[in-house]
Design a protein around this ligand. Structure first.
Ligand code: BJW
Ligand code: ZN
Length: 243
């Protein structure tokens, strides 16, 4: 297994089709908390109380309190060098897809456009009655927000445990994983499905796999290249001096 940034740079330069899968680690340097690990959200909050459809049915006010707190926090953060380097990489590679598990919208803010937000977006809300989606950057939605069209209860526009991903977005993510020549897996613990399996899909299609993370993950053994370090330092180095 390779550990050198230059081998990855070379592979990327020779690849016309690239897919990138990102997770919370990419936004960590912006000050957005990750989910797992020492300072992760799931250390202080139980995912089953807050990020499942059952939790919302039981106590929508508590769930909205959690999401309002996160909206307030994320609203004060901005993109970091990792987000910007990925937006730059998109400009350098003809067929580029950024698949993110992050709901914070920071990839969009950095200028990424070929972007699939497979776990949704925290700034979206969806009506539980009529399905209408809204985009609202208000930090506090109140703890029982309702739909402007039908007065139904709104829910956060994110994907909770036990929920299916949007089938069209998942289809596009799978297609990008199948056709890419290089896949970068950045800042994700690779434990949440089906996102974690996208690396397997890419590998089965013959892609070179590279992981950028502070720590090893359950997918590290699958990788051709593992770069241990901060996404905000390694990704800018990858796109630096490209031409
Ligand atoms: C850095 C860094 C720096 C830090 N630089 N790196 C098959 C087997 C077993 C279970 C399942 C299965 N299929 C489905 C399931 C159930 C479940 C699942 O996967 N559970 C596992 C936990 C066991 N999956 C689902 O329910 C999914 N739905 C689904 O599959 O539907 C069909 C189905 C349903 C039920 C049964 C079977 C099939 C939906 C998953 C939705 C996940 N939702 C969340 C919340 C989103 C909303 C919100 O934000 O509130 O998504 S959970 C949370 O985890 C969030 C994240 O997107 C996701 C992944 O986390 P991520 O990004 O990897 O973050 P961390 O914190 O885990 O890791 C950060 C990493 O960064 C670490 O590695 C650090 O080292 C690193 N790092 N700083 C570089 N500077
Ligand atoms: Zn409605």
């Amino acid at each position: 297994m390779e550990t050198s940034i230059n081998s990855l740079k070379k592979a990327l330069k020779n690849a016309d089709r690239v897919a990138v899968l990102t997770g919370a680690g990419v936004s960590a340097e912006s000050g957005v908390p990750t989910f797992r690990g020492a300072d992760g959200l799931w250390k202080n909050y139980r995912a089953t109380d807050l990020a499942t459809p059952e939790a919302f049915a039981r106590n929508p006010e508590l769930v909205w309190e959690f999401y309002n707190w996160r909206r307030e926090l994320i609203g004060q953060k901005t993109c970091n060098p990792a987000h910007r380097a990925l937006a730059e990489l998109e400009r350098l590679i003809p067929d580029f897809t950024l698949i993110t598990q992050n709901v914070d919208g920071l990839h969009l803010l950095a200028g990424s456009r070929h972007l699939l937000e497979i776990h949704g977006n925290i700034w979206r809300a969806r009506c539980t009655r009529c399905g209408r989606e809204t985009l609202d950057r208000a930090p506090d939605m109140g703890n029982r927000p309702t739909c402007a069209a039908c007065c139904g209860l709104l829910r956060p526009g994110v994907v909770w445990f036990g929920e299916s991903l949007d089938p069209e977005i998942l289809r596009q993510a799978l297609e990008a994983a199948e056709r890419c020549r290089v896949m970068l897996v950045v800042g994700t613990s690779s434990v949440v499905q089906p996102a974690a399996s996208l690396a397997y899909t890419a590998k089965s299609g013959g892609a070179l796999l590279a992981e950028i993370n502070l720590a090893r993950t359950p997918n590290s053994d699958l990788m051709d290249i593992v770069l241990m370090g901060k996404a905000g330092e390694i990704l800018p180095e990858l796109v630096d001096g490209w031409t």
